[in-house]
Write a protein that binds this ligand. Structure first.
Ligand code: ARG
Ligand code: GLU
Length: 689
């Protein structure tokens, strides 16, 4: 009897769904979490994670470019990130003759590594709370404008004393928790970062946009770079004389593999979350913003796809653009559904009811009503601005006209801008997009949110199609040779160019009629949130609050875990090469694997080759390329995605649905070895086992 009871108890515990671990914590304050991390299996100390006195894991993590993460994996500055993070660079080096997107790229020695002007990696040197310094001189009696200027002056003084562009040192002061606290972040930025290796897209982007944001997943989403420095190991612009960067710390790689329940820890730079907003914001995002933007992008994607499937050159030209349009499009779909499924608006309203009761007799009374009325004022303008961004601003000819005009005006050279643009421009796509987007703008915006320029032109032409015909027939910007010959003296002529004229008219309308009310109201909203954030902390004194993501370095920990996306379905957390072969289909672009991979598989013995795994780490956009680390601080994977059903975690984390997707590091090793034959890279890495 007793035994049965114990057995049932054990069974119940074992069957309990694994709960995900919400939170993206500041490394500086990791000592507050280290007890919990260790209780969940972590075997290192807070000092191992973050330290300014000795080398720690943070010294092996970088902000890659402007919005991804990367990790250093050798004493010679070798760096891993995602294929989709290096996509722009891989594409820049590609042409129909050398198609590195299609065929992959493998440097066979350091001399073959490819430079990428403009690409940087930023190491966080230290962070520090500076609230007191930033608010020095601030009196509670001051107005918000006065507070702002105190903050601005003090922050500028702090960063000015630290910044040293010559040495690649840049710092910033960030207001976290809606500027209830201020933190200083000091970065060292390296700007010679070379491409070392990338798998063919049929591996690095396997599953394409069909599998993007989904499980089961089999994408080998990695790319390899190397950081270079001058002879003193300091940042320097690209030069043949630069040498591989010697890191303070690099990751050791574990080949032991993962299984359900294993501790995991993601160290990276999530971009943006809104965990503490009111039901008003969630309602707007889930019911208005997401569905409307999804509908507009569906049209653009259909147009791009039509032309891309007809012509290999167009496919290369639009691959990067198409991927980025599609990426948010799919994320928003999961987000809107997830918010609806878990009734986030209702649960926020219930929370707000409790909050209202609590705040009846304190200084926060009325705060939620104030926020509601601010949202009511903001939303129509905000919606117009989202339409502007998703319609007019997506017409390539218009934004290009503006880039050229601005460069000429500033006396800057235009040839590089023009060459870059025309390399990836296909006019039929742009023309069809123009018609679809301007028709949507016409239909969805009420007349008070249309510039008079638009209404006048439309009535002059009679239809968007007629407008399109005239625009593309008469704008000089469709003609590369004419653009390349432009000089500053001809600026006045450009004022009358139909593409530039349209860009300018819409832009002026936006800046005069739309942007100012949004800025003003958003500022008030932000200020109200500063109070609301503080109030939430007082209202829930026992809750551990983490600041919303803002591309600063964070720690998210959890464990390897599957999930159940719907009734009677359970997804286990590890995918293998067997699944790639199951999906393989030469007739479907996204699932057509390289012949070499088929041949390797046919040799036998590779069924269990791991490819990707799921875990419960709280991640967001920007965490792409982040190191996924085991209980001993060793590298076991590279984060690259979340599951679609969990993308509402940017607003509300649901432990049952939110999972991050990582590449199993052993698949990277497999591809580098068997597809890339780049053994020299494996020799450079160091392995824990
Ligand atoms: N969803 C991932 C992220 O947000 C991967 C995007 C790139 N992959 C793609 N198929 N578009 O960045
Ligand atoms: N792929 C995303 C990125 O670029 C990470 C996925 C996510 O949003 O979690 O950062």
């Amino acid at each position: 009897m007793k035994k049965t009871f114990l057995f049932v108890l054990v069974l119940l515990t074992a069957l309990q769904p694994l709960k995900a671990d919400e939170g993206m914590w500041l490394p500086l304050l990791i000592s507050n979490r280290i007890g919990d991390m260790q209780a969940k299996g972590f075997r290192l100390t807070a000092e191992d994670v973050y330290s300014v006195n000795k080398a720690s894991l943070k010294d092996a993590v970088v902000l890659f470019g402007g919005g991804c993460t990367g990790e250093v994996v050798s004493r010679d500055g070798l760096l891993f990130t995602n294929h989709h993070c290096g996509y722009g660079q891989i594409q820049q080096h590609s042409s129909v003759e050398h198609d590195y997107l299609k065929d992959g790229f493998w440097a066979m020695n350091k001399d073959e590594e490819l430079p990428n002007p403009g690409l940087t990696v930023s190491f966080l040197q230290r962070m520090e709370e500076v609230t007191e310094q930033v608010l020095k001189g601030y009196q509670p009696s001051m107005s918000e404008t006065q507070r702002d200027s105190v903050v601005r002056v003090n922050s500028a003084a702090i960063t000015k004393s630290i910044n040293d562009p010559e040495k690649g040192i840049r710092s910033s002061v960030e207001g976290l928790y809606y500027a209830n606290q201020y933190f200083l972040f000091v970065y060292k930025i390296y700007s010679d970062v070379r491409l070392v290796g990338a798998p063919p897209s049929s591996i690095g982007k396997f599953g394409g946009d069909t599998d993007n944001w989904m499980w089961p997943r089999h994408t080998g989403d990695f790319a390899i770079f190397r950081i270079y420095a001058n002879k003193d190991n300091e940042p320097a612009e690209y030069s043949k004389d630069n040498v591989p960067y010697k890191p303070k710390r690099y990751f050791t790689i574990s080949r032991k593999g993962v299984k359900e329940g294993d501790f995991t820890f993601v160290y990276g730079c999530p971009g943006s979350t809104k965990e503490y907003v009111t039901s008003d914001e969630v309602r707007y995002i889930g019911n208005v913003s997401d569905p409307e933007k999804i509908a507009l992008r569906t049209q653009r994607l259909d147009i791009q796809k039509k032309y891309m499937s007809q012509d290999q050159a167009v496919r290369i030209q639009y691959s990067s653009k198409n991927a980025s349009v599609s990426n948010a499009w799919k994320k928003w779909q999961g987000e809107a559904k997830g918010l609806a499924r878990r009734k986030t608006v209702d649960s926020k309203i219930a929370f707000e009811q409790d909050f209202r009761n609590w705040s009846k007799n304190n200084q926060y009374n009325g705060l939620l009503d104030q926020l509601s009325s601010l949202y009511e004022q903001r939303n129509p303008y905000f919606r117009a601005s989202e339409y502007y961004n998703e319609t007019v601003s997506t017409i390539e000819l218009l934004t290009f006209a503006n880039r050229i005009y601005t460069a000429l005006e500033a006396g800057n050279p235009i040839s590089e801008i023009a060459e870059r643009f025309y390399k990836d421009y296909y006019q039929p796509i742009d023309e069809e997009t123009f018609v679809a987007m301007m028709q949507a703008f016409d239909k969805q915006m009420s007349s008070e949110f249309k510039p008079s320029y638009f209404t006048e032109k439309l009535s002059k032409y009679g239809s968007i199609e007629a407008w399109r015909n005239d625009l593309y027939a008469h704008s000089l910007f469709t003609d590369k040779n004419k653009v390349l010959k432009l000089t500053k003296e001809e600026l006045s002529k450009l004022d009358a160019d139909p593409a530039y004229e349209m860009y300018k008219a819409f832009n002026q309308w936006y800046r005069k009629d739309i942007q100012p009310p949004i800025s003003r109201i958003s500022r008030d909203i932000y200020l109200a949130y500063r109070k609301y954030m503080k109030a939430q902390m007082e209202f829930q004194p026992d809750k551990a609050f983490y600041p919303d993501a803002n591309l600063t370095l964070r720690v998210a920990y959890g464990k390897v875990a599957g999930y159940s996306p719907s009734d009677a379905v359970y997804y286990s957390p590890v995918s293998t090469l067997k699944g790639i072969i199951e999906k393989d289909d030469p007739n479907i672009f996204d699932y057509n694997i390289p012949q070499t991979l088929r041949d390797i598989y046919a040799e036998g013995g590779h069924d269990d080759q791991p490819v990707c795994f799921l875990a419960t780490n709280h991640t967001s956009g920007g965490n792409s390329g982040s190191p996924v680390i085991n209980a001993d601080g060793e590298l076991i994977g590279i984060n690259f995605d979340r599951v679609w059903e969990g993308t509402m975690s940017d607003l509300a984390f649901d432990p049952d649905f939110c999972r991050n997707i990582s590449l199993d590091i052993r698949y990277l090793l497999f591809v580098v070895d068997k597809i890339g034959h780049a053994k020299w890279l494996l020799d450079e890495m160091s392995f824990a086992d």
